[in-house]
Design a protein. Sequence first.
Length: 279
Amino acid sequence: MSHLLPSLAIAMAGSAFLASFFVGHMMVLETWTDLLYHKAKLLKRRTPKAQLTSERRYIRENMIDYFLLTLTPLIVLVYNVYPTVEEHGLDFSFKLRDVLLSTIAVYFWFDTIYYIVHRVLHEVPFLYRTIHKRHHEDSPVHMYLTGHAHYLENIMAVSPGLTLWVCTVLYFFSRPLPNFWTIVLPALTLTMEFNTAHAGYYDHFLLYAMSPLQWMVKALPYSRWLASEHEEHHLLLKKNYQPVFKWFDMMGSTNSVPEPSKYKSVDIIEKMASSKYTN
């Protein structure tokens, strides 16, 4: 118990860093996808791009949300490794196998718990109205929607999976010393995945250019092309509850793969939007 207070302080600092990285990545991804969509014309959409005002970017809400949902797993992590790190330090050697396995673990635990909670929030009308509906109110989908949700929702849906991943890291990847890269790289990769999920584009490998580990996840069996398939969820509501993989949705007959032909280049999308507005 003597290291409880310093553990809390370090965990809070870590959550503040992750929240800042989360929002910073949103801004970078917005600029990057604008370049790929408007200038290079490599990305395609099925809905017109949202007109993002400062109010619709929900910066403060995203910061608070990500701080809160990462705080519990970080407290568990820091409290358990603090005595060892204080005495012996961290292991900074890069172990590719451990980084890959830890990344798969964080995706697996997050995805499993999120599917369960997410489906319950959709299937129980009272919970949808009071908790989850907020996340679906803004349309078309855009990356700043990621944290635009009831604070309780992401604490329920995300924190437990991250905490189970921390337990996995503590058991498998922290002996004799906690390894810096097996903790930091998976956490940052999943953070970037959250934002990509709400990008609103048909998936392109350049969407994941900032994180090669995301490419690795996409190569796993039954993984989703997250940007397009999660947008499908926002459009249909009761499909694609599982964000990263698809096996639970396949077993529950709630899997839906969008048709590539629905996605168009920026010129066609803007022409369609203009025609609709004129008519």
